[in-house]
Design a protein around this ligand. Structure first.
Ligand SMILES: [Zn+2]
Length: 113
């Protein structure tokens, strides 16, 4: 499961922050998982909990935000919303799309004690 590796790298980032900002307990972790990213929020929640054991993020509440998929359609010359990466433009049915949002996969905020 690649969510496990993603969670591990996120924990690593949090642990580095803990050293830099001198905190030793995280209360809430806010994750941004765009709908076009390759991670499943449910699997992320499960894996995050597993890999956070014994770290500063153990027992932290996980808050997951889902930025919508957004793309620029060259034919419409406008921003449209898409649910999946290779979806056609909902306005014109075109495939000349450039993804501009929804690929986020990062630790957005930490609430520390
Ligand atoms: Zn279009």
């Amino acid at each position: 499961m690649h969510e496990m590796a993603l969670s591990e790298s996120m924990i690593l980032i949090i642990e580095q922050e803990a050293v830099r900002q001198r905190f030793d307990r995280v209360k809430t972790v806010c994750l941004e998982i765009g709908v076009l990213s390759h991670a499943e929020p449910e699997a992320m929640g499960f894996c995050f909990e597993a890999v956070s054991r014994g770290t500063v993020a153990e027992g932290a509440r996980l808050e997951i935000q889902r930025p919508p998929g957004e793309a620029w359609c060259m034919d419409c010359a406008g921003t449209i919303e898409i649910a999946r990466r290779f979806d056609p433009c909902p306005r014109c049915g075109g495939h000349q799309l450039q993804v501009t949002g929804g690929e986020e996969l990062r630790v957005k905020e930490l609430e520390v004690v």
